[in-house]
Design a binder for this molecule. Structure first.
Ligand SMILES: O=C(O)CCC(=O)C(=O)O
Ligand SMILES: [Fe+2]
Length: 211
């Protein structure tokens, strides 16, 4: 995204770090291609216990997430797709870079791949179905998203709104691991040339803490 505001690494809140343009264009293309393969397993809009349906379409790796629990099988009973070693390696590098560490023992074992069409968004929520307080790694591909990062108490202010563009990394852990966050909207026609025509993909890597 072209912006007058410099897009540099920023600690949005303690433990929450935004690293713009973390993925190279080639890494973004490779990830889009990987998402295409995973999507062949079927992307579904998760159903909420309230009866509502989420507007994103999702496929999971490692552990299948459906509001609000993880399981080893998908909603139709088929086994969840494996979580590849290379993705864990990418997650480890992400955490090390975001937190300026030489290395880390971060070992994510589940990923949610969310596709946003131009009308999709995600309400304010906590990622709290994991039995581990290891950080969440978020990678964005495609259209820009207006991402809201709030506080750990409730959905209200204080919160910060940032634009997550294609290639951006966002990591949240430590004191803000359970902060409320959501996606207010995406901006159509902002995707760079990375092998997807429209929409936004977001990958969140997590450590389930489950066995
Ligand atoms: O799409 C995003 O940037 C956030 C996704 C998210 O919060 C989630 O999948 O839990
Ligand atoms: Fe989330």
């Amino acid at each position: 995204m072209d912006s007058l505001i410099p897009r540099t690494r920023a600690e949005i809140a303690p433990g929450a770090v935004h690293v713009p343009d973390w993925l190279t264009p080639q890494e973004q293309r490779d990830l889009v291609q990987a998402c295409r393969e995973w999507a062949r397993a079927g992307m579904r809009s998760p159903k909420l216990p309230s009866g509502g349906v989420m507007s994103v379409r999702t496929v999971c790796l490692g552990w299948h997430w459906t509001p609000y629990r993880y399981s080893k099988t998908t909603d139709d009973g088929s086994p969840v797709l494996p979580f590849p070693t290379w993705l864990a390696d990418l997650g480890r590098r992400a955490v090390a870079d975001a937190y300026d560490q030489l290395n880390t023992d971060y070992t994510p074992d589940t990923a949610l791949i969310n596709f946003y069409d131009e009308s999709a968004k995600m309400g304010m929520h906590q990622d709290k179905d994991e039995q581990s307080n290891a950080p969440v790694v978020s990678l964005s591909l495609g259209d820009d998203a207006l991402f809201r990062f709030g506080n750990t108490e409730n959905r209200n202010k204080p919160h910060k709104d940032i634009t997550l563009s294609s290639g951006d990394l966002f990591v949240f852990g430590g004191p803000t691991r359970l902060a409320y966050h959501g996606v207010l909207r995406t901006t159509p026609a902002t995707t760079p040339e990375i092998g997807m025509k429209k929409g936004r993909l977001n990958l969140t890597l997590r450590t389930s803490g489950l066995t």
